[in-house]
Write a protein that binds this ligand. Structure first.
Ligand code: CA
Length: 231
């Protein structure tokens, strides 16, 4: 997937609305209603961006933001805060605490998506790029088309997402269960062996008539896209 987004929002309809829209844009989404859990998830999973509601029960959004900025492993993760209308001082405080941007509720989803895209483009160009390229393989996120040496590679939607995820994070090794979460979604009931089947098919499609295999099997760990592929 393009990028991993952590949504922290206690109002369920908004949480669902956000998750739905981010997923439709091809992002991998994780949601929580709880500030403490958000900080824990962010340290464990290193999302590419956090959408953080200001008003949360228990640990507030602002406290969570501070906690994220205080930890070395989450310090660099961009944060967009959701604030209530008209709370100017809160907005200022939000930015002062280290949020990268804020958006006022009720917000427009396209505007939020646009802001997210802008921030990701700055912080993680590979995650926001329309096109991913490695050697002679080109993956276009908008047209959902993959070519190798200018020849079309036919992929199923799942294989496309799998390749997009691996290619967008070249060099990183993903376990089967991480790939299931990222490509099939968190609530999947898919067997881990399914990953092997799809990686096998993806490889077959990419390799047709060619020697070099861009996908590495890392024994005992999982799979990664070879960061030196095509170099
Ligand atoms: Ca709230």
């Amino acid at each position: 997937m393009a990028a991993n987004i952590l949504i922290v929002e206690d109002e369920e309809p908004i949480q669902i609305l956000l998750a739905y829209n981010f997923e439709s844009e091809g992002y991998a989404v994780r949601s929580t209603a709880n500030g403490e859990e958000a900080v824990r998830l962010a340290s464990e999973e290193k999302p590419d961006l956090v959408v953080l509601d200001w008003m949360l029960p228990g640990m507030s959004g602002i406290e969570a933001c501070r906690a994220l900025r205080a930890k070395p492993e989450t310090r660099e993760i961009p944060i967009i805060m959701l604030t209530a209308r008209g709370e100017e001082s809160e907005r200022v405080r939000g930015l002062a605490t280290g949020a990268d941007d804020y958006i006022v509720k009720p917000f427009s989803v396209p505007e939020l998506l646009a802001r997210v895209k802008t921030i990701l483009r700055r912080s993680n160009p590979a995650a926001a790029a329309e096109e991913l390229q490695a050697g002679d393989i080109v993956l276009n996120r908008r047209t959902r088309r993959v070519t190798r040496a200018k020849r079309d590679i036919g992929l199923s939607p799942t294989e496309f997402r799998l390749l997009e995820h691996l290619m967008g994070n070249a060099g990183r090794v993903y376990s089967r269960s991480q790939l299931l979460d990222a490509v099939w979604g968190r609530d999947n009931f898919v067997d881990e062996r399914t990953v092997d089947v799809h990686v096998g098919r993806l490889r077959g499609q990419l390799k047709r008539g060619r020697e070099t295999d861009p996908i590495r099997t890392v024994r005992g760990m999982g799979y990664s896209f070879n960061e030196r592929f095509g170099r």
